[in-house]
Design a protein around this ligand. Structure first.
Ligand SMILES: Cc1cc2nc3c(=O)[nH]c(=O)nc-3n(C[C@H](O)[C@H](O)[C@H](O)COP(=O)(O)OP(=O)(O)OC[C@H]3O[C@@H](n4cnc5c(N)ncnc54)[C@H](O)[C@@H]3O)c2cc1C
Length: 423
């Protein structure tokens, strides 16, 4: 349906992912994840790798395919229909892999990136802390320089893969000077799972279950110096780069959930007879479906636009990715709720998967930076862009019928200056 937006290569990978989602994952497995009988979907992760679908945009030498970000996002859009936790396992190599690919040493790439894309090692990212959530740079975990190693001490919470991952990308404060600037305070470290890494407990989640989400306690864990990713105190650079796939991969898989919810709702609306006709013949119902279709199309356009911005290294990538994360995750929430409304009472039961999709998708507006934090970045970056380029555009303010400067007073000094000029 949207083939015209993709190249032959991108389309072919998208089709492989679609085929995978259709044929390779039993409904019983996803149900077991939702019941948390599967604590972490390791088998599924290995299956993604066996089918050559993990980390497609990374170079071939590490097990990727050198695919574009657009193609990779289209693939994520297909896998997304498997649910939030299955989608998260799929995209984690893209997130942690970005840090490794852009900042890792050759040895780190061989030890972590390549095995991750081969399905042999599972990664998790540990950013959020009990005290530092949205305020990421307020992180309190420390990694003290002990000469030949770092000593990591702190707690991280809400880590997907706390149970299940083989290694963690952890951000911790290495610059312990009181007045160290926030962007020069932290470092990114690779921490292997060991007995010293304690998984405290698993959360009772509303949705997105089966991903092994937990709290991790690092109580004076020794971390080898060679596990530093990027430069010492340079964690902010790694973080900012990693947030591109982090947020784009929050958005892209939502297309899969929206698509799935819409398909269920459309089938129901076509078959459910009320007042002597299929309910889709009622404008009230068909307009809900039209709204969902429109939202999904808008999301697809935004995801592909954002992915293309990353492909061409556009200067305003952060803003475009942030607004995409916010828009798509909000739309996904609206679409799954529209699907529930279309399916009436039975949609609220577990006879249909829509109730799980609603539980799942609510998270998307919260994690990987809340949508309020996305708004903060969008407006910040756009002010800079627009004010920086203002001179290139027509000044439409002057087109007003009466552009009276004495009415455009913004401070006291202005007021008297303009008033006196006008006398
Ligand atoms: C199921 C799940 C999985 C997760 N997976 C991971 C993971 O794998 N790794 C990881 O590190 N983290 C993970 N997270 C953490 C997630 O990214 C954070 O929950 C999220 O960034 C918000 O942080 P917080 O929960 O501390 O909320 P808070 O920071 O306490 O925010 C609370 C509210 O205040 C608002 N707020 C805060 N600051 C501002 C501001 N400046 N302007 C406007 N509004 C503001 C927020 O938008 C929010 O509405 C996960 C979370 C969940 C629930």
């Amino acid at each position: 349906m949207y083939d015209f937006m993709l190249s032959d290569e991108e389309r072919s990978w998208r089709d492989r992912a679609r085929e995978f989602a259709k044929e390779q994952v039993e409904p019983e497995y996803l149900q077991a994840m939702d019941r948390e009988e599967v604590r972490f979907p390791r088998e599924l992760y290995e299956s993604y790798a066996r089918h050559g679908l993990l980390g497609l945009r990374f170079p071939k030498e590490y097990g990727g395919q050198g695919l574009s970000w657009v193609g990779d996002s289209a693939v994520q859009g297909e896998i997304g229909c498997l649910g939030m936790a299955a989608g998260c396992a799929f995209v984690m190599p893209s997130i942690v892999g970005e840090a490794l690919h852009c900042f890792g040493t050759a040895e780190q790439k061989q030890r972590y990136l390549a095995p991750m894309l081969a399905g042999e090692k599972v990664a998790a990212e540990a950013l959020t802390e009990p005290r530092g959530g949205s305020d990421f740079f307020g992180a309190a975990s420390t990694a003290r320089d002990m000469g030949d190693h770092f000593q990591l001490r702190g707690m991280k919470r809400f880590v997907v893969g706390a149970e299940g991952a083989d290694f963690f990308l952890v951000y911790a404060r290495t610059n312990l000077e009181e007045d160290a600037p926030s962007q020069e305070r932290i470092s990114a470290l690779l921490v292997d799972r060991s007995d010293a890494v304690e998984v405290k407990y698993l959360y009772g989640l509303m949705g997105s279950r089966g991903g092994g989400t937990g709290r991790i306690v690092f109580r004076d864990v020794p971390v080898p110096k060679e596990n530093l990713v990027g430069r010492l105190h340079g964690g902010a650079e790694v973080f900012h780069r990693m947030m591109i796939p982090e947020r784009l991969t929050s958005a892209a898989p939502c297309m899969g959930i929206m698509n799935a919810a819409l398909a269920v709702a459309m089938r129901y609306a076509d078959r459910r007879i009320q007042f002597g006709r299929p309910i889709r013949k009622f404008q009230g119902v068909s307009f809900m479906i039209a709204e969902a279709i429109t939202q999904l199309d808008a999301c697809r356009a935004m995801v592909y636009q954002a992915a293309r911005a990353v492909d061409v290294n556009a200067p305003n990538v952060r803003r475009i990715v942030s607004e995409t994360k916010k828009f798509v995750t909000t739309a996904a929430w609206e679409v799954v709720n529209l699907a529930m409304q279309v399916t009436g009472g039975i949609g609220y039961t577990d006879v249909y998967p829509i109730e799980r999709m609603v539980r799942d998708v609510r998270l998307a507006q919260i994690w990987t930076g809340t949508n309020e934090i996305m708004s903060a970045m969008v407006q910040h970056d756009y002010f800079e862009e627009v004010f920086g380029e203002r001179e290139f555009y027509r000044d439409s303010e002057l087109d007003a019928m009466h552009p009276d400067p004495s009415e455009k007073i913004f401070d006291d000094a202005d007021m008297w200056r303009v008033y006196d000029q006008g006398k």
